[in-house]
Design a protein around this ligand. Structure first.
Ligand code: NAD
Ligand code: IPM
Ligand code: MN
Length: 352
């Protein structure tokens, strides 16, 4: 197979972790006889510093000409005081919207060899396997009006029926392939958008009779995700709730540096990026955990290229490196490997 992958490293640790994932994809390509062509593009602060928009037209063109997109992270203190339209995060929102990447899949799976790194008790964190399905192109992030002055600020939370229907369908479809248990998270005791959301979930239930459905309010869902994460299989929720709950869920695994994601369009085209941000506090030190981005590359193989064996090979290699006791600094106090050293261990596993 021959595929073109657009690589958008972005800011902070973005370039360090995307470089690692590209190396791993090359190793997979060699082992399974595929050719991946990588071409880099600018996004976020890196684009702004080059005198361009947060999402330059040439980056859109590059992604359009590619089969999938691998992204690092955007943002950092350098651009925090920029006007809204010139913030790096705008680039990320724009690429999600431009390519209609409405379904953001964020798997959270406990790794047995890392259980000591989780602040949760072992019996709570063990065997957790949750898929958060986050709506990614609607809600508060995109609603108009969105403005502020010194006296008043407005954000708008809008969802239309088709926007809700397609993400709920995605949640049900994923539940059908897993343990057939769907938790829909909303704030239907307060928000109008959540009332419509809940109504649509109720309507859709009839199309997926094998799936058991629970509605959970977002505040208690946040609590339950930590006290009893084993109770969840698939969680489907709107944009902002999904953003917050996925960072929260990362503590189950031991580090935010472990969580991958896939942002996909209805035809399977996708953008793959870690759940974490640009980590300005550790950027440039070569110590970031590349696992989330490497596992995002594995999701690319699964969801965009249907290369399931190859994706499994990456996941197995990562698991094996942890079993052998190799960790980056976010997961251990002693003997941490650098980003490059840890990536080399994964590549070594893949080349065996
Ligand atoms: P963050 O995710 O960047 O970092 C939170 C904490 O986790 C930091 O202590 C960081 O060092 C640590 N961390 C995150 N990823 C790590 C990794 N791979 N290895 C080791 N440690 C890791 O969140 P933040 O500090 O709130 O945000 C920093 C910047 O990133 C902001 O500008 C924000 O807008 C941006 N951001 C971007 C994305 C994205 O591009 N998808 C996501 C979240 C935040
Ligand atoms: C994420 C990030 C982004 C979001 C920001 C950087 C716009 O936190 O991908 O989770 O809120 O979606
Ligand atoms: Mn986030």
């Amino acid at each position: 197979m021959e595929k073109r992958v657009a690589v958008l490293p972005g800011d902070g640790i973005g370039p360090e972790v995307t470089e690692a994932a590209v190396e791993v994809l090359r190793a997979v390509g060699e082992r399974f006889n595929h050719t991946f062509h990588f071409e880099n593009g600018l996004i976020g602060g890196a684009a702004i510093d080059a005198g361009k928009e947060p999402l330059p037209q040439e980056t859109i063109d590059l992604c359009e000409a590619s089969d999938a997109v691998l992204l690092g992270a955007v943002g950092g203190p350098k651009w925090d005081d920029n006007p809204s339209h010139l913030r790096p995060e705008r680039g990320l929102l724009a690429i999600r919207k431009t390519f209609d990447l409405f379904a953001n899949l964020r798997p959270v799976a406990a790794v047995s060899t890392l259980i000591q790194s989780s602040p949760l008790k072992e019996e709570i964190a063990r065997d957790v396997d949750v898929m958060i399905v986050r709506e990614l192109t609607g809600g508060l992030y995109f609603g108009e009006p969105s403005t502020h002055d010194d006296e008043k600020a407005i954000d708008t939370l809008t969802y239309t029926r088709p926007e809700i229907e397609r993400i709920i369908d995605k949640g049900f479809e994923i539940a059908m392939k897993r343990d057939k248990h769907l938790t829909s998270v909303d704030k239907a005791n307060v928000l109008e958008s959540s009332k419509l959301w809940r109504k649509i979930v109720e309507e859709k239930k009839a199309d997926y009779p094998e799936v058991t459905v629970h509605h959970q309010l977002v505040d208690s869902a946040a609590m339950k995700l930590i006290t009893n994460p084993g109770a969840f299989d698939v969680v489907v929720t709107e944009n902002m709730f999904g953003d917050i709950l996925s960072d929260e869920a990362s503590v189950i695994t031991g580090s935010l540096g472990l969580l991958p994601s896939a942002s996909i369009r209805s035809d399977g085209f996708g953008l793959y990026e870690p759940v974490h941000g640009s980590a300005p506090d550790v950027a440039g030190q070569g110590v970031a955990n590349p696992a989330a981005t490497i596992l995002s590359a594995a999701m690319m193989l699964t969801y965009s290229f249907d290369l399931l064996e190859e994706a499994q090979a990456i996941e197995d290699a990562v698991a094996r490196v942890y079993e052998e006791g190799h960790f980056t600094a976010d997961l251990t106090k002693d003997g941490a490997l650098s980003t490059k050293e840890w990536t080399a261990k994964v590549v070594e596993q893949l080349s065996k």
